[in-house]
Design a protein around this ligand. Structure first.
Ligand code: PNS
Length: 159
């Protein structure tokens, strides 16, 4: 049987503990997980693509079936290029649902064979977002409880 590959996409600006938890759980459900870090074209990011990719790769070290790659353009095109069968995303609160459902419906119209799989965030991560971490970081607060240790190291090294 061919490998069952999942794609975990995001901006990861920066990667949070919530992201890492979803990736770990996806890695138990699929043979291989590719964390797809979105390029800089779409949004203005705090960290450039190369730095976000380095942080994601460092945080995923030790997860044997997980790799990280940058992508630009359509997510479903990247997914097809990598033979992905599913897009895995986390849902934190009900606020996430409408936006994520809209993207999932659009992606399934564009590529009907690719399923979007939602994993519910663990309660301890439900209030953590990259936006919140960036805000705390800008205000000089300690963000080490909200991001993987390897990400915290890189972010504090730059301040
Ligand atoms: O972490 P984010 O910012 O919520 O991630 C959003 C991301 C990168 C998953 C989303 O913007 C995306 O899928 N971008 C790729 C472009 C694309 O395929 N757009 C159509 C989706 S309906």
């Amino acid at each position: 049987m061919s490998e069952r590959i999942a794609i975990c996409p995001g901006s990861f600006d920066p990667m949070t503990n919530g992201h890492l938890d979803i990736i770990r759980r996806a890695a138990r459900l699929f043979d291989r997980v590719i964390v797809a870090v979105a390029g800089d074209a779409e949004k203005k990011h705090m960290s450039a693509l190369e730095k976000r990719l380095i942080m994601v790769a460092a945080a995923c070290e030790g997860l044997e079936n997980v790799t990280a790659e940058a992508f630009d353009g359509l997510l479903v095109a990247f997914c097809n290029e990598r033979n992905g069968i599913a897009i895995v995303k986390g849902l934190r609160t009900t606020d996430d649902i409408s936006h994520e459902a809209q993207m999932a419906l659009m992606n399934s119209e564009l590529a009907p064979d690719i399923e979007t799989v939602f994993l519910l965030s663990r309660p301890q991560n439900a209030h953590i977002s990259s936006t919140m971490v960036r805000w705390l970081s800008e205000l000089g607060a300690d963000i080490s409880g909200y991001v993987p240790a390897r990400v915290a190291e890189q972010l504090t090294a730059r301040q």
